[in-house]
Design a protein around this ligand. Structure first.
Ligand SMILES: [Zn+2]
Length: 205
């Protein structure tokens, strides 16, 4: 179901279906359906190293940069966004690694927040970024932005942060590629000037 926003048509992401397999897992507190067991397997988990630090750098960008007013509003205010990111890092709840959806192994998972249904100890992480996903992988794209690029990284994290902060219009998109794309488009529609102006100024350097 599309979010109730009519600004989405401003941005075309239709070329991107293959690049938008981010993944949202219901929070641990959500009522478990009967017979629920872990369906996401993660390997190569790490909270150290250059790739982990790359993600931290971009999360800090979200926390510290001057987001455009529309983008800030979309995230429920700069302070709330900053608090989430500060706490995520302070309590060591970010991890990178490689995720496999056991139910649908062909699905490429780029990231998820909350970790119900994931084979890690409770409380180990609240945000996961996949080492082969669009944050790092130049063969993928997200809404037309090449994987690994500045804009793609911001867009991916923006998508996950919008889930984490339960922003209006963001729909659960586990098993829902159209929902995933709609979510990404909603983030882009609200934050395009933030992402692109920062992107351009960096490119022009
Ligand atoms: Zn999502």
């Amino acid at each position: 179901m599309l979010p109730q926003r009519n600004t989405l048509t401003l941005v075309c992401c239709l070329a991107l279906a293959s690049g938008c397999a981010q993944h949202h897992v219901p929070p641990p507190a959500a009522p478990a359906s009967t017979g629920t067991k872990a369906r996401i397997r993660v390997t190569d988990l790490s909270k150290h190293g250059p790739q982990y630090r790359d993600v931290v750098k971009y999360l800090r960008w979200f926390a510290d940069t001057d987001l455009c007013a529309e983008c800030s509003h979309f995230f429920g205010g700069k302070e709330r966004l900053k608090k989430y990111i500060d706490d995520l890092l302070k309590y060591d709840l970010l991890a990178v690694g490689r995720a496999t959806d056991l139910k649908n192994p062909s699905l490429r998972i780029s990231a998820f927040v909350n970790t119900g249904g994931v084979m890690v100890p409770a409380g180990f992480m609240a945000m996961f970024i996949d080492l082969d996903g669009v944050f790092f992988n130049e063969t993928l794209d997200i809404c037309g932005y090449r994987g690994g690029s500045d804009a793609a990284r911001k867009l991916l994290l923006g998508h996950e942060l919008a889930h984490a902060l339960e922003r209006p219009g963001i729909v659960p998109d586990l098993d829902d590629l159209n929902g995933c794309i709609a979510n990404t488009r909603l983030v882009l529609a609200n934050c395009l000037s933030t992402f692109i102006s920062a992107h351009s100024s960096q490119q022009n350097r």
